[in-house]
Design a protein around this ligand. Structure first.
Ligand SMILES: Nc1ncnc2c1ncn2[C@@H]1O[C@H](COP(=O)(O)OP(=O)(O)O)[C@@H](O)[C@H]1O
Ligand SMILES: Cc1cn([C@H]2C[C@H](O)[C@@H](COP(=O)(O)OP(=O)(O)O)O2)c(=O)[nH]c1=O
Length: 216
């Protein structure tokens, strides 16, 4: 298969099923002969910026976690550190699946500041990450849409099943998750950053059909 290097982002609430979709889609794409690489953000355990995020979300660290812009800069720096890797993976594979990307920062920062997708922080995230850091724009963004209550239930169950998967400060904030869901819907409707495909994460996603669509 010729290398078209599609950069495909998977977005959605905590517990929406992004990791599950990433794995299922990877298998479906590979079954069609495509070479696939995956990367998940934040890159916990692999970047100092991501580790600072994790410590802030789980342990507080003074008021760092309360600083919306401070946290957003850390997430963005984690991605900037992976920019060369993303480009190299894109050059070497048919599809690169990114579990969260720039739109996560836009959605969570706007939700935390009670702004909508047209707000100041969403523009700032684009300018910082694409403008100043030069991160590549994706070819497609998949919004895995589930009701916030369903996502919270799934995240809770996962935390019970996986002992190393403790829920963090954003995940357990139901009001934040509801605002975040609304911002995601607006970002998708506006085609923010790149084209979006909205997927029904409750009905379940047909991985084979989605893989065929992505491979065009
Ligand atoms: N379509 C689905 N239906 C029911 N449960 C699901 C579905 N997709 C994922 N899950 C479960 O929900 C939990 C969260 O899924 P996960 O993929 O880890 O979410 P995310 O990466 O978006 O936080 C996991 O326990 C997973 O097994
Ligand atoms: C990647 C990213 C995540 N986030 C938020 C979403 C999540 O609530 C939180 C942690 O990401 P998450 O995907 O939950 O990591 P993991 O599943 O490995 O625990 O960070 C941002 O606010 N901005 C970003 O750029």
């Amino acid at each position: 298969m010729t290398s078209v290097g599609r950069l495909v982002v998977i977005e959605g609430l905590d517990g929406a099923g992004k990791r599950t979709l990433t794995d299922g889609l990877t298998a479906a794409l590979r079954a069609k002969g495509a070479s696939v690489a995956k990367l998940a953000f934040p890159r916990y355990g692999e970047s100092v910026h991501a580790d600072l995020v994790r410590e802030a979300l789980h342990r507080g660290h003074g008021d760092l976690a309360d600083s919306v812009y401070g946290m957003a800069v850390l997430y963005a720096l984690d991605r900037r550190g992976a920019a060369d890797e993303i480009r190299a993976l894109r050059d070497a594979h048919d599809v690169v699946l990114l579990d969260r990307y720039v739109a996560s920062n836009a959605a969570y920062a706007a939700a935390r500041l009670r702004q909508d997708a047209g707000g100041e922080v969403v523009k700032w995230v684009w300018e910082l990450e694409v403008g100043r850091f030069g991160l590549p724009r994706p070819d497609a963004q998949l919004l895995l849409r589930v009701a916030p209550a369903v996502a919270a239930e799934r995240a809770e169950r996962r935390a019970e099943e996986e002992t190393d998967r403790e829920r963090d400060a954003f995940e357990t904030d139901d009001a934040l998750q509801r605002r975040c869901a609304a911002v995601y819907d607006e970002l998708a409707a506006a085609g923010w950053l790149a084209p979006w495909h909205v997927l029904d994460g409750v009905a379940g996603v047909d991985h084979d059909a989605l893989a065929a669509t992505l491979l065009g």
